[in-house]
Write a protein that binds this ligand. Structure first.
Ligand SMILES: [Zn+2]
Ligand SMILES: [Zn+2]
Length: 49
């Protein structure tokens, strides 16, 4: 069983594994974008564009 949680980026709908190398985010993109208050996610993951 793999635990996952939603990406901490508000506009992102990706699920992030709890052992993600990016912490609470699905990608480095979200980690940086959260400081920019992006209105839409651009992490390029499927289902997130
Ligand atoms: Zn995303
Ligand atoms: Zn994300």
């Amino acid at each position: 069983m793999t635990e996952s949680t939603k990406c901490a980026h508000q506009a992102c709908k990706c699920l992030v594994p709890t052992d993600s190398p990016h912490g609470k985010y699905c990608s480095e993109h979200c980690k940086e974008a959260v400081a920019l208050s992006e209105l839409k996610c651009d992490c390029k993951h499927p289902g997130c564009r």
